[in-house]
Ligand binder design. Structure first.
Ligand code: NAD
Length: 451
């Protein structure tokens, strides 16, 4: 599972050899530590026109004890190292206005330190009032993705698109993208809409008092999700198949939660999960549908069993469980559901037609649920994360050459860790994020696949 290449090219001699040969040298990413600062060093904040969101970001940074840097005059270049640039382009009216972005962000890129951040804020293109405004708003996506590919030393660039009237709801997204929680998230668009976010009373434990279920929690990404949700204050119910019972009990003990042995494909899986949550913990607030399997074969060689098993574990089971988990007795009002998709569901993958079908179907399910009247009326958010190459037992089994390929074809030139997926899920599970629903966030280091 270890990334030997990264270790070699970052060691004394390896560093020199890599430099001479022009080999990529993946940086150590800045990851979140509870109680740590949001971001080390000053953040340059600016924008176009009134830039109303820039004003909010300045306030947010002030509350978090982060210094705000001012853009130097064009003829007075500053040498001060920046940790991030936040550019509010929500007021752009036409393509000419994009010059404000170039003028602010372009020179600042040279001043960014390691694991820095670029966060662009825009308005929803589909709510534009004319062709020029829509074109300018849509352009931000291309710019952000290009910046992501130009970032150095573990830096990321992401875009937050804010719907009309949702200006108050964007803080949690900006904070996530600046923080170490988003270490492996780059080139992404977070769409913020209406909702009633409530900021956490204790920012270090944003999930305090919540009851969360994680399926497939015995190992890999699921175990990391259970750990991070628990670290953030949730009581976690860990679900996995009976054959993984020992490992499951280990994870549940470690996170101070409870274990429930259940096959998610069983007809009564949803009702057993809900009954467990209600009787043992008094209710249910967060569901993470993470359990998943692969049975890879070229489609020409895939039999009906291999097909049906993958589609049912990864997708059919979620539909069945949701009949109970999203019923009036299920997830409480204002709760959150996160489904684990995959970039294979976006890009497709040779030998994974069944897996890609199931993971693309997961995205369709998120689209449907986020638009569902009943789900919306109860204020429940539904989002997906789509991991790219994550260092787990699953990817450890991939043949070496393919594995190396998978690891490197992204802007950060390395695989992600299970904790990176878990941090994104924990963030999507916060009440401060009530305006974020129907999103698919790739945790892939801006993988070239399907981009
Ligand atoms: N590892 C990656 O790079 C990667 C990339 C993209 C998406 N994903 C997705 O992330 C999720 C977790 O992946 P992982 O790498 O941790 O896999 P993993 O194989 O290490 O863990 C999956 C867990 O799900 C459990 N599980 C399988 N079938 C189940 C069932 N019927 N009922 C209950 N539990 C069941 C397994 O016992 C296991 O504990 C999966 O949905 C996977 O498709 C992983």
């Amino acid at each position: 599972m270890g990334d030997t290449y990264s270790q070699i090219v970052n060691s004394g001699l390896g560093k020199q050899v890599a430099g001479t040969l022009g080999l990529p040298r993946p940086s150590r990413l800045r990851r979140y530590t509870p109680g740590g600062t949001l971001i080390d060093g000053p953040v340059l904040v600016g924008g176009h026109g009134d830039a109303p969101l820039a004003a909010r970001v300045r306030t947010l940074l002030g509350e978090r004890g982060v210094a705000v840097a001012e853009a130097p005059a064009a003829d007075a270049p500053s040498e001060e190292t920046l940790s991030a640039v936040v550019a509010d382009l929500s007021q752009v009216q036409s393509p000419e206005d994009l010059e404000s972005l170039r003028a602010l962000v372009g020179p600042a890129l040279k001043r960014l330190g390691p694991s820095s951040r670029v966060v662009i804020i825009g308005a929803a293109p589909e709510q534009a009032t004319g062709a020029a405004q829509r074109a300018a708003r849509r352009a931000l996506k291309g710019i952000t993705r290009s910046i992501g590919k130009e970032m150095r030393a573990g830096g990321t660039a992401n875009l937050v698109l804010v719907a009309d009237g949702a200006i108050d709801n964007a803080d949690a997204a900006v904070e996530f993208l600046l923080s170490g929680r988003s270490a492996y998230v780059s080139g992404q668009v977070v769409r913020v809409g209406a909702g009633h976010p409530s900021p956490a009373a204790d920012p270090a434990r944003p999930l305090a008092g919540k009851v969360a279920v994680v399926t497939g929690a015995a190992r890999g990404i699921g175990a990391a999700i259970a750990e991070v949700l628990s670290r953030d204050g949730a009581t976690v119910v860990c679900v996995d198949i009976p054959a993984a019972g020992d490992a499951l009990a280990g994870v549940a003990n470690k996170v101070g939660g409870t274990a429930l042995q259940a096959d998610v494909t069983a007809a009564d899986a949803g009702s057993r999960i809900l009954e467990h949550c209600r009787s043992r913990h008094g209710g249910l607030d967060i569901v993470v549908h993470n359990a998943g399997i692969t049975r890879d074969k070229l489609l020409a060689n895939t039999d009906a069993d291999r097909w049906a098993t993958v589609v049912d574990v990864n997708l059919g089971s979620i539909l069945r469980m949701n009949e109970t988990l999203l019923s009036d007795e299920g997830i409480r009002e204002g709760g959150h559901m996160v489904l684990v998709s995959s970039i294979a569901g976006i890009a497709g993958n040779r030998g994974q037609a069944n897996y890609a079908a199931s993971k693309a179907g997961v995205i369709g399910l998120v689209d449907a649920l986020a638009a569902d009247e009943g789900v919306c009326a109860r204020g429940i958010t539904v989002n997906a994360v789509a991991p790219g190459f994550i260092e787990t037992e699953m990817t450890g089994k991939i043949p070496l050459a393919t594995r190396e390929m998978g690891r490197r074809v992204n802007s950060l030139a390395q695989g992600g860790l299970p904790v990176d997926v878990a941090e994104t899920i924990a963030w999507l599970s916060q009440d401060a994020n009530a305006g974020v629903t129907g999103n698919v966030i790739r945790v892939c280091g801006q993988s070239l696949l399907g981009a």
